[in-house]
Ligand binder design. Structure first.
Ligand code: HEC
Length: 99
């Protein structure tokens, strides 16, 4: 009985992990599809925001006409990769007028 429960728990854990990575992949695809018409990904990837702040950011972009199909996955992807617990990115060079 206990062994069976343990096995079940293992299956659930594995499924949850799998779903998580799949969601992150879907989130990245969603970003590539819905976020680049107006600005570069650098503007997004240079942020470090909490999940709540990313959620607000998505609301703001939606207000400007962004259509997101897979919002949950996108929010998860943004929070996992560009969360406020991540180190700040090194600033891009922009001082010499060539870009
Ligand atoms: C309809 C055009 C449009 C689309 C599509 C769009 N954005 Fe934006 N985004 C903007 C504008 C306009 C700004 C403001 C740029 C500035 O301040 O110079 C901006 C700025 C940002 C910023 C910088 C912080 C801020 O609020 O100014 C982030 C982060 C961002 N967008 C994330 C996203 C994400 C994530 C997506 C995809 C879900 C997305 N954007 C899609 C128009 C858009």
């Amino acid at each position: 009985m206990n062994g069976r429960l343990f096995l079940l728990a293992g299956i659930f854990a594995a499924t949850a992990l799998g779903a998580d990575q799949a969601a992150l992949d879907r989130g990245q695809k969603e970003e590539a599809r819905s976020c680049i018409p107006c600005h570069s990904l650098r503007l997004i990837h240079s942020q470090r925001l909490s999940k709540a702040a990313w959620n607000k950011e998505l609301d703001k972009m939606a207000g400007w006409g962004t259509v997101v199909n897979d919002r949950d996955a996108l929010l998860e992807y943004l929070t996992a990769n560009f969360g406020d617990d991540k180190p700040l990115p090194t600033p891009a060079m922009s001082g010499n007028g060539t870009r």
